[in-house]
Design a protein around this ligand. Structure first.
Ligand code: ADP
Ligand code: MG
Length: 377
C-alpha cells in the first residue's frame, strides 16, 4: 500500500503534504571530519518519506510503517525523550530543538516510511531527522536555512539521541543536488556541489558485519589525532600538509604518526578526487578510493576482515575502478566505482563471491546521486 493510502487508513483523511530526505554514502574523506577536514558524500536514491497533515491542536501523532505500524504521540508543550518507540525520539528531538530556536510549530499527524536500510551505514537516522525538520518547516511558522537544518539535526543526534556523529550525514541529506556529490569543509561548513563523473556508477556493498562496541576505538582515534595536532602545534590536523607531516613524523610516537599520516593524506586525496571528478578522470578517482582503503586499513587500522574481503572481491571484477570501506569502519559497507557497462555483472558476481567465502548473501545497492530534502508535494 502507498504511503498516502496508509496515511488515510490511519488518520481518516489524506495527507496534505509528503516530504522526502535521502540517505547518503561517503565517496572519500574518512575520519577527516573531526579533524576539521574535507568529506565528499553523495546523496543516494533511497530516502525517508513523511506524509503529514496539520492538526488543530498542539499534538504530534506518528506512525512508523517500517516498525510494524508502531505509533507514538507527544505534545509540543512537553517534549520528552522516551525509552520505548525509540524511533520517535528523532522526531521529538527535531521538534524540541526547532522550538528552542523560536519556531512556532503546528501539531501534525505523520506517517513515516523509508527505504534507507536501517543501521547499515547509509544514514537512515539523518534521513529521518532532516525529513522531520523539513516536514515541520513545510507547515510554516518559521524559516531556517538548509545549513542550519543540518546543524540542528546533528544536535538532535548528538544531544537528544546521545550518538556522537559529525555534521556530514545531515548536511548532505539537507543540501544535496541531483547528479552531484558534495565537497564539505568540516571546519567552516563551506561547501561545493561537484558533478558526478560520467560513465561510472556508485555501488554500495554491505558486509552485514555490524560495528558493535566501537565507541572506545573511535574515541581512541580521536584522542590520537588530537595528540598529533598538539605535537605539531596546530589546532586541527587539517592544518598540516603532507610536507609538514614529513618533518614531524619521526619525532612522534609511531602509532600517533600513523594516524596523522592517514588523516593528512586522506584530506589531500579528497581535493585530488574533486579535481579528478571535474576532469571526468575516472581512473584517478578510482585509484584515490583504493589508496583511501589502504590508508584506513594500514595506518588508521579501522578495517576488518569482512571489509577487506569485500574490497578484494570487488577489485577482481571487470570495470571496478576503485573500492574502499566507507563510514567509520570495523564493519558496515564498502563504496565502489564501477564502469556503467559492468554494473550488472559486478552486482551479481560480488554478491555470489562474498556469499561463497563467508556464507552471507550481502545486500548490494546501485546508487544514483540524488537531490537533498524537499517537499515532494
Ligand atoms: P543508520 O546508520 O542507518 O543511520 P542509526 O542507528 O544511526 O543507523 O539509526 C537507525 C535508527 O533511526 C533506527 O533504529 C530508528 O530509531 C531510526 N530510523 C531510521 N529509519 C527509520 C524509519 N524508517 N522509521 C522509523 N525510524 C527510523
Ligand atoms: Mg545514523
Amino acid at each position: 500500500m502507498s504511503l498516502e493510502s496508509e496515511f488515510t487508513n490511519h488518520f481518516g483523511a489524506p495527507p496534505e503534504r509528503v516530504v522526502r530526505a535521502p540517505g547518503r554514502v561517503n565517496l572519500i574523506g574518512e575520519h577527516t571530519d573531526y579533524n576539521g577536514g574535507f568529506v565528499l558524500p553523495m546523496a543516494i536514491d533511497r530516502e525517508a518519506r513523511i506524509a503529514a497533515r496539520r492538526r488543530p491542536d498542539r499534538r504530534v501523532r506518528m506512525v512508523a510503517l517500517d516498525f510494524g505500524g508502531a505509533v507514538s504521540e507527544f505534545s509540543l508543550d512537553a517534549i520528552e525523550h522516551v525509552a520505548e518507540q525509540t524511533w520517535s525520539n528523532y522526531v521529538r528531538g527535531v521538534a524540541l530543538f526547532l522550538q528552542e530556536r523560536g519556531a512556532n510549530l503546528s501539531g501534525l499527524d505523520l506517517v513515516i516510511q523509508s527505504n534507507v536500510p536501517i543501521g547499515s551505514g547509509l544514514s537512515s537516522s539523518a534521513a529521518l531527522e532532516v525529513c522531520a525538520a523539513t516536514t515541520f518547516q513545510a507547515f510554516g511558522g518559521f524559516s531556517i536555512s538548509q545549513v542550519e537544518t543540518a546543524q540542528l539535526c546533528q544536535k538532535v543526534e548528538n544531544e537528544f539521541l546521545g550518538v556522537q556523529t559529525g555534521i556530514m550525514d545531515q548536511f548532505i541529506s539537507a543540501l544535496a543536488k541531483a547528479g552531484h556529490a558534495l565537497l564539505i569543509d568540516c571546519r567552516d561548513l563551506s561547501y561545493q556541489h561537484v558533478p558526478m563523473p560520467q560513465g561510472a556508477t556508485v555501488v554500495v556493498c554491505d558486509t552485514t558485519k555490524r560495528r558493535g562496541l566501537v565507541t572506545s576505538k573511535y574515541n581512541t582515534r580521536r584522542a590520537e589525532c588530537e595528540e598529533a595536532a598538539r605535537l605539531m602545534g596546530v589546532a586541527l590536523l587539517r592544518d598540516v600538509s603532507p610536507t609538514d607531516l614529513g618533518r614531524f613524523e619521526t619525532d612522534m610516537p609511531p602509532t600517533v604518526a600513523k594516524r596523522a599520516r592517514h588523516v593528512v593524506a586522506e584530506n589531500a586525496r579528497v581535493l585530488e578526487a574533486v579535481a579528478a571528478m571535474k576532469q571526468n578522470n575516472l581512473p584517478t578517482f578510482g585509484t584515490l578510493m583504493n589508496q583511501s582503503h589502504e590508508s584506513l586499513r594500514n595506518d588508521y587500522e579501522v578495517s576488518c576482515p569482512e571489509l577487506d574481503t569485500m574490497v578484494e572481491i570487488a577489485r577482481q571484477q571487470p570495470g571496478c575502478l576503485g573500492a574502499r570501506l566507507t563510514g567509520a569502519g570495523f564493519g558496515g559497507c564498502t563504496v565502489n566505482l564501477v564502469a556503467d557497462e559492468h554494473v550488472a555483472a559486478f552486482v551479481a558476481n560480488v554478491a555470489r563471491e562474498y556469499e561463497a567465502r563467508t556464507g552471507i548473501r550481502p545486500p548490494v545497492y546501485v546508487c544514483r546521486p540524488s537531490a537533498g530534502a524537499s517537499v515532494a508535494w
